[in-house]
Design a protein around this ligand. Structure first.
Ligand code: CTP
Length: 397
């Protein structure tokens, strides 16, 4: 799918540079032409010879190499590409890009181009969380730079958290999406995610423990395959992914309205933990009173998944629900699929012993008309990628 696309791959100096060797292979397998650029620091992690052998092209290394300038100036080098990929995008490279510095070949290429740029950041978790990196990331996003990752997980430095470079195949998917080339290109997909907050009065609300991590990962994975993603999210702990249309909501009713506004879509993935009930909220803050405890009056929220799955007209081709269960997972989830009328249910066991609710891993069973398919326990990102790939297969069948 990437046949004859020219990718200028800037490899920054970080331990994740070893994954860039595999990335080159994967891109070549798909027919892309890869022109590699190594920063000086990158040469401490991977050799120019290995990079050039895999890419089958000359490696560009130094701004002041006069032979290179005679053969192909740095301006032309950056402009002749269909996409510039920075992997790993180190804190240093991101800082240079955000600040407009051009003191070496990599940063000059990035300054001298109007070609789209995709960054795959990789750095220690503290560096990723540092206010300077937060500022640079926000600035680069505002400048229209695309990002894939970083992922959360164990890091080479022994710490845990966001900062791991995305896996080569995730980067390939993001490259395909950036070039408008993924298997979900042209498809419109809705994802609901996160908890809802149901107000009791102006300062109090009823909520649940959903972090929004799984829904966010699903939206990211779908976007990486080229889908146009409408991401309707309640107040989640995690930040929304890049490259999706974010519709923030608070309550179930607002989520329901936002879903209606997003239709028609080719597929809907309903990962939100929607509150089943809302409270007849007081306009004033409830006060302690001598007359006893306040009586909260509940009414039922719209069941968004059920309503969309049972639409007579304009039903998405594929409707996917989630079921968080604490016992008899398959039995309950199968019954839920029938009750809601959706095509698939992604069921998981959220009993406290599993550590899944709020954790980084998930163990799901996919219930469809083909029966129950148990997936091994894996990271929420991996679950999302597998689900997105299956959605792409189904929509393209
Ligand atoms: N859902 C929804 N709108 C609601 C409630 C749930 O869209 N008002 C969706 C969720 O996003 C999820 C699925 O329905 O995809 C979960 O079903 P639900 O009946 O909420 O599950 P539980 O709350 O676990 O149901 P029960 O209490 O019956 O186990």
């Amino acid at each position: 799918m990437l046949a004859s696309k020219r990718i200028l791959l800037i490899i920054g100096g970080g331990i994740a540079a070893y994954k860039s060797l595999d990335l080159i292979r994967r891109l070549k397998e798909r027919g892309a032409l890869v022109t590699p650029v190594l920063t000086r620091a990158a040469e401490e992690f991977v050799t120019p010879l290995a990079v050039s052998a895999l890419a089958g092209e000359k490696v560009y290394r130094d701004l002041f190499d006069l032979t290179d300038e005679a053969e192909m100036g740095h301006i032309q080098l950056s402009r002749s590409a269909d996409l510039i990929v920075v992997a790993p995008a180190t804190a240093d490279l991101m800082g240079k890009m955000a600040g407009g510095l051009a003191g070496d070949l990599a940063s000059t290429l990035l300054m001298a181009t109007d070609t789209p740029v995709l960054c795959a950041p990789a750095m220690n978790v503290r560096m990723w969380d540092h206010p300077a990196t937060r500022r640079n990331h926000a600035q680069l996003q505002a400048d229209g730079i695309r990002f894939v990752g970083p992922n959360e997980g164990d890091m080479a430095c022994g710490e845990y958290g966001p900062g791991r470079m995305s896996e080569p195949l995730e980067i390939v998917a993001a490259i395909e999406a950036a070039l408008g080339d993924g298997p979900l290109a042209g498809k419109r997909v809705l994802v609901t995610s996160g908890p809802t907050h149901e107000p009791i009065d102006p300062v109090r609300y009823i909520a649940n423990r959903s972090s929004g991590a799984q829904g966010t990962a699903v939206a990211r994975a779908l976007a990486a395959l080229g889908a146009e993603v409408i991401f309707v999210t309640g107040p989640a702990d995690v930040t929304p992914p890049e490259g999706v249309q974010v519709v923030p909501v608070q309550t179930a009713q607002q989520m329901s309205d936002a879903v209606d506004a997003a239709l028609p879509v080719d597929a809907g993935v309903f990962a939100a933990a929607v509150a089943d009930w809302r409270v007849a909220a007081s306009e004033q803050k409830l006060k302690k009173s001598r007359d006893g405890l306040p009586a909260l009056e509940f009414s039922e929220n719209p069941d968004i998944l059920k309503r969309v799955a049972r639409m007579d007209q304009g039903r998405p081709q594929l409707v996917v629900g989630f079921a968080a269960e604490t016992d008899n997972v398959i039995e309950h989830a199968t019954a839920k699929r029938d009750r809601k009328g959706c095509d698939w249910i992604v069921a998981n066991d959220v009993s406290p012993a599993t550590g899944i609710m709020g954790g980084s891993e998930n163990a799901v069973t996919l219930i469809s008309d083909q029966g129950a398919e148990a997936w091994p326990r894996m990271g929420k990102d991996a679950v999302a990628q597998r689900l997105a790939a299956k959605i792409a297969d189904t929509l393209n069948r």
